[in-house]
Design a protein around this ligand. Structure first.
Ligand code: SAM
Ligand code: SF4
Ligand code: F3S
Length: 450
């Protein structure tokens, strides 16, 4: 059987897709382009309107692609599947499986059953009470890419704008022993970098499904595993970050000096309406303590622009917080009304024209900050880990290899055409010198290169 997976949304979805692909490969399935696949899995996101709409147009295109291959079918999973459920069956005859965010744990078995029984349709939409255990079948292959390990599902925060708790269910932590066993397995297979994933990792362990291990304890346990070069985690809610987690940035040398800490807004009035449960002063205090623990830490964030009732004054507060933090990079989103969330009834809404103008201004401000940080790195020596195949995109068309530094920055390393650099270096480390800063990436050369 051949399969193809298309993934929208956050790293939780990317992690789920990775696991489904790995489990199918271990069961003897092969990855293939969508046009040749017997089963196409679409892992969906409903956090904003756009990714949700893309699912419907994609399903239309897949129907055309499959019309001459009656055995081929589609499985729709993830957050839109959780929301729409069996509704997909009525509109799309080629959809034969819908699985929700907890149902993903059973998706590989369901795909096998569907391959054997052509008339069958299945739905896996129930939320489970506890973190749904997943089978750990491993294909016989060496791992060079960074590994993602999910440590919890769901979210209990119910921020006023956010659909995630509605589609991912309540927070359920995975037992620490299970997390550690999976991390050990990744390391034994060759991985040297692990990212721990959850919607709010800082409240790991603090739910009925947790085993009492706090997030800082989990970080120390994972960081201590032999062979782990870099440890990352995402996402963190500022209100739950414990002093022990901040201290971990000083104590654990293999904890990467980067933190994604979504702030959403710089205005206390808007933060209160959003139900974020911290204010600007508390957020900036966390930033100061993080920089004290790890002076070179790179901070990144998410902003929502145009939350209902946001005034020019509120927005000015967001701009000033961006500079005060300052953030090395940020993701900024236009506020979207989502079904079932509290902010649906908060009025007045901000017009599209005003939202659009504020977004442009915020992004231009962020670009200047990023450029400043990147320009300051020119001439510096950094350790990078190669992440992919070479591309011909050097300033004069030289061959370059994509890599990332410990801060997660994209570094394109100029390499010659010699055999030592055209082979697959994915996962190996090198020290490089930064020679040029671009808007969203850096260019570097290898030691000794001209
Ligand atoms: N759990 C993370 C957190 O607490 O920040 C990430 C949540 S969400 C998957 C990723 C980002 O999407 C959020 O940080 C927020 O900026 C954005 N987002 C969520 N709901 C949104 C909405 N209704 N409109 C626009 N952006 C939204
Ligand atoms: Fe959404 Fe808030 Fe939960 Fe993040 S913490 S997933 S923004 S409800
Ligand atoms: Fe999207 Fe679901 Fe993640 S809504 S952002 S895929 S949790």
């Amino acid at each position: 059987m051949k399969f193809h997976i298309i993934t929208f949304g956050c790293q939780m979805n990317a992690g789920d897709s990775d696991w489904i692909a790995r489990t199918l490969r271990a069961r003897g399935w092969e990855e293939a382009p969508a046009a040749e696949a017997d089963a196409v899995v679409v892992n969906t996101c409903s956090v904003r309107k756009k990714p949700e709409e893309k699912v419907y147009s994609l399903l239309g295109r897949l129907r055309e692609l499959m019309q001459d291959r009656p055995g081929a079918f589609v499985a729709v999973g993830g957050c839109v599947a959780q929301q729409v459920g069996k509704g997909f069956f009525g509109r799309f005859p080629h959809v034969r499986l819908v699985f929700g965010t907890d149902g993903a744990a059973m998706a590989p078995q369901a795909l096998e059953r569907l391959a054997e029984q052509p008339g069958l349709r299945l739905s896996l939409l129930d939320f489970s009470e506890e973190y749904a255990p997943r089978e750990r079948l491993w294909p016989d292959e060496k791992v060079t890419a960074p590994a993602f390990v999910t440590i919890m599902q769901g979210c209990d925060n119910f921020c006023a704008y956010c659909i995630v708790p509605h589609v991912r269910g309540r927070q359920k932590s995975r037992p620490a022993a299970d997390v550690l066993a999976e991390c050990r397995e990744w390391l034994a297979r060759g991985a040297s970098e692990i990212t721990l994933l959850g919607q709010n990792v800082n409240s790991y362990g603090q739910d009925a499904s947790g085993d009492g291990t706090a997030f800082a304890e989990l970080l120390h346990a994972v960081a201590g595993l032999p062979g782990l070069a870099r440890l990352r985690f995402t996402t963190s809610h500022p209100k739950d970050i414990a002093p022990e987690v901040i201290r971990a940035f000083a104590e654990l040398p293999n904890l990467a000096p980067r933190l994604h800490l979504p702030v959403q807004s710089g205005s206390d009035r808007i933060l209160a309406l959003m139900g974020r449960k911290y204010d600007r002063a508390r957020y900036l205090d966390i930033v100061a303590r993080l920089r004290e623990a790890r002076p070179d830490i790179s901070l990144t964030t998410d902003f929502i622009v145009g939350f209902p009732t946001e005034t020019e004054e509120d927005f000015a507060q967001t701009l000033s917080l961006m500079r005060e933090a300052p953030f090395e990079a940020s993701f900024s989103f236009l506020y979207n009304d989502r079904p079932g969330v509290r902010s649906l009834s908060i009025e007045p809404k901000v017009s599209d024209a005003i939202k659009g103008r504020r977004l442009v201004e915020l992004q231009a401000g962020q670009e200047r900050l990023t450029e400043e940080v990147y320009a300051g790195l020119v001439g510096r020596e950094l350790e990078v880990v190669f992440a992919g195949q070479s591309r011909k995109d050097g300033p004069e068309g030289e061959r370059s290899l994509a890599a990332r530094d410990a801060h997660g920055r994209v570094v394109n390393v100029l390499v010659g055409d010699g055999p030592e650099t055209t082979g697959d270096l994915t996962g190996t480390a090198a020290r490089v010198t930064i020679v040029k800063a671009k808007k969203h990436s850096l260019i570097a050369k290898l030691p000794g290169a001209a």
